[in-house]
Design a binder for this molecule. Structure first.
Ligand code: FES
Length: 288
């Protein structure tokens, strides 16, 4: 999924290496070596995503994010930090960042996070699947009851998200807005929490969920080919993540912690190691 990305870092070498990694993936990438310069560029153009360092002289990353929230709320933000201290990430999370990149990061991690962040931006802009409306309407009463029962309790957000995901199976942006309103929280805070924790999902899952590892160890052993073969077998095109009958959903992950078995695919709770792309259709068939 292409998009326009602004990299903000006082080290020019970081900007150039991000450009080198993201441009071949089809993203339009520009760079700013200070937060002030970034503000000028955002005022004069439009960016889908800003990937910014936190520690910069004069105006720091947190101040820049605050400014973006006010002046360009539709722009997604990912933070690069060499110091992922609890405090800086907490401040950034409260401001609604989508994710963070710990320095040094691998090219694959940068590509994955950029893709995920742009998908979140698109979803937050309300470009939702039409089926979502029906899903939410059918469960609206149950969702509202959960919110009501937690409304006055401190620290309600995570338990409410867990319960609502239990009811609906996922947390699309429309539901995040309902939860934010019900708990009297900014939508950006709800969205930041959903994006940050991997056990929350914004996309519906099929009866069987297929996870394909694209981490380095798997990637060098033809993981991309396996992913392609699974998509073909399930009849999914590039953008689709769930089959029409909702029997299968597919997602990619960075590492499943089983690199010795690379390339790895996990279907529901079953782990498949040393996967041969040719055997993919046969394996999938078992789950029909
Ligand atoms: S890279 Fe695939 S399991 Fe680690």
């Amino acid at each position: 999924m292409a998009g326009s990305v602004l990299i903000v870092d006082d080290e020019d070498v970081v900007i150039r290496s991000c450009e080198r990694i993201l441009a071949p993936e089809g993203y339009s990438v520009q760079g700013a070596t200070s937060a002030r310069r970034a503000m000028e560029m955002i005022e004069n153009g439009s960016f889908d995503l800003v990937i910014t360092d936190l520690k910069m002289p004069e105006v720091d990353g947190i101040e820049l994010i605050r400014w973006i929230r006010e002046k360009s709320p539709g722009t997604g933000v990912v933070v690069i930090t060499g110091y992922p201290s609890q405090e800086s990430i907490k401040d950034a999370l409260e401001l609604g960042i989508i994710d963070y990149l710990p320095k040094p990061f691998s090219p694959q991690l940068l590509v994955d996070i950029t893709e995920k962040a742009l998908a979140a931006v698109k979803a937050a802009m309300g470009k939702e699947r039409p089926e979502e409306e029906g899903d939410v309407e059918a469960k609206l009463k149950d969702i509202t009851e959960v919110i009501e029962s937690y409304r006055t309790r401190p620290g309600a957000l995570i338990p409410v998200l867990q319960k609502v995901q239990g009811i609906l199976g996922y947390l699309p942006p429309s539901v995040q807005r309902i939860i934010a309103k019900g708990l009297n929280l900014p939508v950006s805070e709800v969205h930041a929490v959903v994006s940050f924790y991997s056990f929350f999902t914004m996309k519906p899952k099929g009866k069987h969920n297929v996870r394909v590892c694209l981490g380095t160890a798997c990637y060098v052993k033809r993981a991309a080919e396996i992913l392609q073969k699974i998509r073909e077998t399930l009849g999914l095109d590039e953008e689709e993540e769930i089959t029409k009958d909702r029997k299968f959903s597919i997602e990619t992950v960075r590492c499943l912690g089983a690199c010795g078995l690379a390339p790895v695919v996990v279907i529901d709770q079953d782990i498949y190691g040393s996967v041969d792309p040719v055997k993919v259709p046969e394996t999938i068939k078992q789950y029909n």
